[in-house]
Design a protein around this ligand. Structure first.
Ligand code: NAD
Length: 288
């Protein structure tokens, strides 16, 4: 989509719909072969945002024709009981993908839970085996949000080769894997974080900016080179209840050659890539 001043507004709703359509077609094809694609989602506790995410994941499964299993467990669930449920789902041949919604209550160790899911059913891409495969440039499950970013760039024919990419944020679920994927796409990558000195200068040199900070209006127009591609991963809720990203969208969009809005940018891509990962899991598990 081309917006004002030839600036391209990267439409996550449109791109995620295309990914989900592709997944739905694969699900239908697998059904013809007697394979029913199935995703199991576990939610522990009653975090309101997590409840919305889990509900949306169920809706996406239905829209793609997948079977979805939902386990809503109380906040005081013991870690060993959660591990037992995961072990059962690991052993269940009819379950292709398993996802445990984060964050978990404090008495449960997230690393232990993430590592308990079989790597071949880890459609969130958080298992250390999948993280290691990504690090070594080998095929595994990619975390959905960074995979969604790469899908958007591909859809818009934005070539990363030789470009300067600055990723702001170094979390395990967004910043770090996004940096590795950009590296795999032949970009020259700089990772900025809370301890970076001269962050503004680094960002100003970027052809592609990926902002995953979690602070409204963190990336301002004076930090952005003319013609840069700006990917805004942030989801921040303002006092007035509105959602906004990490980028000062109005000002930055006058300089960017392409930019993702919030909402309607990277956000919808995450669930679409989860659907894609679940289809990949089902195919691999059935030797297809
Ligand atoms: P996080 O809190 O784990 O990581 C934030 C990162 O930002 C850290 O690595 C930190 O070093 C960096 N940072 C914090 N303050 C900084 C500063 N002043 N200067 C430079 N760097 C700074 O968060 P996360 O899980 O990576 O998520 C980041 C944002 O993306 C959040 O707004 C989150 O809601 C959003 N998010 C969106 C999706 C999606 O589907 N679109 C998925 C995951 C996260």
């Amino acid at each position: 989509m081309v917006g004002i001043n030839n600036m391209k507004l990267i439409n996550g709703k449109e791109i995620s719909a295309a990914v989900k359509e592709r997944a739905a077609a694969e699900v239908a094809k697998l059904k013809e072969q007697g394979i029913e694609v199935c995703l199991a989602v576990i939610l522990v506790g009653d975090d309101p945002a997590s409840q919305v995410y889990v509900g949306n994941k169920k809706k996406a499964c239905e829209a793609c024709g997948m079977r979805s299993l939902e386990y809503r467990l109380p906040a005081d669930t013991k870690q060993e009981d959660l591990l037992k449920l995961i072990a059962n789902l690991n052993a269940d041949k009819t379950v292709n993908g398993i996802l445990c919604q984060l964050p978990l209550p404090k008495h449960i160790d997230e690393d232990t839970i993430t590592s308990a899911i079989l790597p071949e059913k880890d459609v969130d891409g958080f298992h250390p085996v999948n993280a290691g495969l990504l690090l070594s440039g080998k095929e595994g499950f990619l975390p959905c949000t960074p995979a969604g970013i790469m899908e958007m760039l591909k859809y818009e024919n934005i070539d990363c080769k030789g470009k300067n990419c600055v990723v702001i944020g170094r979390s395990n679920i967004v910043g770090k894997p996004a940096a590795l994927l950009m590296l795999a796409a032949d970009a020259t990558v700089t990772v900025c974080h809370s301890r970076t000195v001269n962050l503004k200068e680094a960002v100003k040199a970027a052809d592609i900016i990926i902002a995953a900070v979690g602070r409204p209006n963190f990336v301002t127009a004076d930090m952005v080179k003319d013609g840069a591609v700006v990917i805004d991963v942030g989801i921040n809720r303002l006092e007035n209840g509105k959602l906004c990203g990490d980028v000062d969208f109005e000002a930055v969009s006058t300089k960017a050659s392409a930019i993702t809005p919030v909402p309607g940018g990277v956000g919808p891509m995450t669930i679409a890539m989860l659907m894609q990962n679940t289809v990949i899991a089902a195919k691999k598990q059935n030797g297809i």
